[in-house]
Ligand binder design. Sequence first.
Ligand code: XLS
Ligand code: NI
Ligand code: NI
Length: 434
Amino acid sequence: MTDFFRGIPVIAYEGPATDNEFAFRHYDADAIVLGKRMADHLRFSVAYWHAFMWSGMDPFGGVTFDRPWFGDSMDHARMKADAAFEMFAILGMPFFCFHDHDIRPEGTSLAESVARLRQMTDYLQGKMEASGVGLLWGTANLTTNRRYMAGAATNPDPDVFAYAAAMVKACMDATQQLHGANYVLWGGREGYETLLNTDLKRERAQLGRFMQMVVEYKHKSGFAGTILMEPKPQEPAKHQYDYDVATVHSFLKDFGLEHEVKVNIEQGHAVLAGHTFEHEIATAASLGIFGSIDMNRNDYQSGWDTDQFPDSVPEMARAYYEILRAGGFTTGGTNFDAKLRRQSLDAEDLILAHVGAMDVCARSLKAAAALIEDGRLENARAARYAKWDNPENKAMMTHGSLVSISEHVLATGMEPQPLSGRQERLENLWNTFV
Ligand code: XLS
Ligand code: NI
Ligand code: NI
């Protein structure tokens, strides 16, 4: 037991009218939405790195947070885990996610790092079994240590590739031991700073081979979870190879992995890539690679991955609408890849950031579900494409050629007439629900 969250009550659902700060207004875990528990739709998860590792540092100043578990010893690591599970209990959090680096101090050799990872995996396993909290995903930190400064899988030095492969194996083992629902690879340093020193073709091939090895090991070890790649266009590298969902999909196809690997889509990364969150989700769903989401929000002015907690129901409703249209999560979930602002020093801030974010997501889910139940939006979409259901038009797709189609157009003398896209009317409909 730590006393970090001392005095903070377990958060319960009290409904929209409550004036209790420490209550859910919208997240009611057992409430049924579209035939399923709200908790099972949303599958919330805490990001261990932001919640328990983030120190408030920025390029202009040092640590602002004072956490009793900050330190390099295994005792600190265990205290951090104790505090983490205290927070999960307060929030009723069903899942968490971690990097190896978050749960244990790095050793001075690979062997020592892996041994510490195993010890902490056992420690977490005990806490998970006692609490019922599950692991949404595990991952390896292949960004922080300076050995990875020129990339992990894409490093010009094969020794770094090998070291990274060994780390990923150890993290996949830990994830499997904890029955993780997924394993994530975000290519934080898999990119380049300048083409003047970079063999782009070779680096991409290295990353492809690395991913094939991950999938091979998944099958060899019997890991039942889903392998996920997390796209991001830049930061920390100037240009990253996993730029966005469409880029990752073509990468997966090149290496024969499109049926093996799905994507973990982050709001802030979508925005950095010049997309919306819902665009990335809908793209992944349409390509059959939708996996999970990292829920946060980017500052729209800063051009940086600010990892703030979501605060906008109208925006997040768009995301959950696409998730519901895609059939919802299977192994994936809503991981709060979000951190406090550096002035938000208190234990209460950490709890209430998650409470607010869970409520934003719950409200968004309810709005999206109501729109689906209402049906008018989907009917309007279907009506827009209805002519494609005519047998003649279907045949054009399957049997047509430029020659046969042009003969048909000339013979019938067709003159296509534009129809309204009705965008504003649909926006008005949308806005009556959010
Ligand atoms: C960083 C990424 C990272 C991944 C996990 O921008 O979002 O937090 O989710 O490595
Ligand atoms: Ni992320
Ligand atoms: Ni991110």
